[in-house]
Design a protein around this ligand. Sequence first.
Ligand SMILES: [Zn+2]
Length: 234
Amino acid sequence: MQKRKNIQRFLGTLLMMVSVFLSTFDAYALPVTGIIDGADEKSVRGWALNSSDPSVPVDVKVVILNQTSGQVAAELYTTASLHREDLTEQGTGGYGFEVSVPWDSYGNGTYLIEAFAAGQKLSGTKVHGVGVTAPVTTLRSLGIFRTTAYCPCRQCSGKWGGLTSTGTIATANHTISVDPRVIPYGSRLMIGGVLYTAEDCGGGVKGRHVDIFFNTHGETRGYGSRNVEVYLVQ
Ligand SMILES: [Zn+2]
């Protein structure tokens, strides 16, 4: 009798542990999908849903990043519960979101718009300009790259000086050195809010590594080595 009770207690504990584990797992691996599919002077729009439980609307955070400074201008919160006729096949169809954006209060500049649900980044990063002609582009994240810096000095560029391997004159805030097998020459990359063009290569630049051109060696030392998200501008 005593033995059986112990087994029952053990099974009860085991069941509890499994259910706690499952609920924890569920909370961290929420299979959220969604996209930002519109941004204009008034608002940012998109949709998001939790495909493991499409009946419960997910909370969405929209992040507005100043591209020049890299600073977060605003974090806007909403719930994706607006009806979307194009998403009714996924379940309730109440997966749309729209947040008003007070662009004027952020000041002139170019802004990057990102959205997150349950800690996961939604696709469709957008660019919006305030008081500037915003580039009509799409940004596609290439993920995290190692970035370093170089200048025309002998230590950084040897006999090449300010001449790039594609024959252009290296220019600060414009030229980057890449592994052309990973990033083809001529590609435009957004890194830390600056739009660069891949027009140089280097012996030490291999794989997911971008070397950023600066005018002076002091600036390259100040930059050091940073792991940052890199966007392909299309
Ligand atoms: Zn140098």
